[in-house]
Structures are given as C-alpha cells and as structure tokens.
Design a protein around this ligand. Structure first.
Ligand code: 9YT
Length: 131
C-alpha cells in the first residue's frame, strides 16, 4: 500500500511549477498503478493551450471557476464538481477565472518531470528523463 501526504510532495521535484500552474504529482509511473494522479493548481486569469497527444487525462475540479474551449470553439463552464475527460486526446484551451484546484489522472502515467511544450503537449517519456 502506498500512503503519501501532499505536504511531503510540495517543494520537491514531484511538484512541477510553471508560470501558470503547479502540479503536485502524488502517484507516478514508478508506483505501478497504471495511471498518475496529480493535484493541479491553476492561477486566476490564465489561459493554457493543451493538447495531450500522448496521454488520456481526466480532470475533476474541486475548487474555483473556469472554462475549457474545444478546438471547434465550443466552451464549457468548469466549477467545483465538474469532471472532464479528454478521451479523444482533445486539443483545448483552459481558462481559469479564479484560482482553480483540480485532481488530474493521466494514462499512461507520467514519469514525473513532464511539463508542456510550446503546443501544450507532454512528451511520452520512457525511462529516467530519456525521450
Ligand atoms: C488542467 C491541466 O491539465 N493543467 C496542466 C497540468 C496537468 N494537469 C498536470 O500535469 O497535472
């Protein structure tokens, strides 16, 4: 059994920070669960283009208000209690109207250090840092 508290992750290499969001990676590939499990905090007023070509992601909002805009321009409000699942590797834009806290699950699991490239994509990392 794996038991971990988020406080033991904050400020370590398992907390990946960018200008717009931070992601505390609670469960990673090495935990052998078949998914990774993160708490993501998105800063208010940010707009993030995302396209997880290599991963499926479910995102469950537990705090804050925002929207996602699909590639076809359709917008969906996101608030506490909303889940969205990118089951078709959907290209989208996430806008946070207030600080948002989200629980994110990735399949295949992230290795740990992944961050977005200029297209909002995560690379499919194979072993320790190798692409
Ligand atoms: C909502 C979203 O996808 N934000 C980017 C960070 C990602 N969720 C992660 O790596 O935890």
């Amino acid at each position: 059994m794996i038991i971990r508290h988020i406080d033991s992750i904050r400020g370590t290499e398992r907390e990946v920070k960018t200008q717009n969001w931070s992601s505390s990676r609670l469960i990673l590939r090495d935990d052998n669960m078949g998914f990774s499990f993160h708490e993501t905090i998105v800063k208010p007023g940010t707009e993030i283009p995302i396209w997880y070509k290599n991963h499926l992601e479910s995102v469950y909002c537990i705090e804050g208000i925002g929207e996602i805009e699909e590639d076809n321009g359709i917008k969906h409000k996101i608030s506490k209690g909303t889940i969205y699942a990118l089951d078709k590797h959907d290209k989208h834009t996430l806008r946070a109207f207030s600080e948002m806290k989200m629980i994110c699950v990735f399949n295949p699991p992230l290795l740990g250090p992944e961050t977005h490239d200029s297209n909002g994509v995560y690379p499919l990392l194979k072993t320790g840092g190798e692409k």
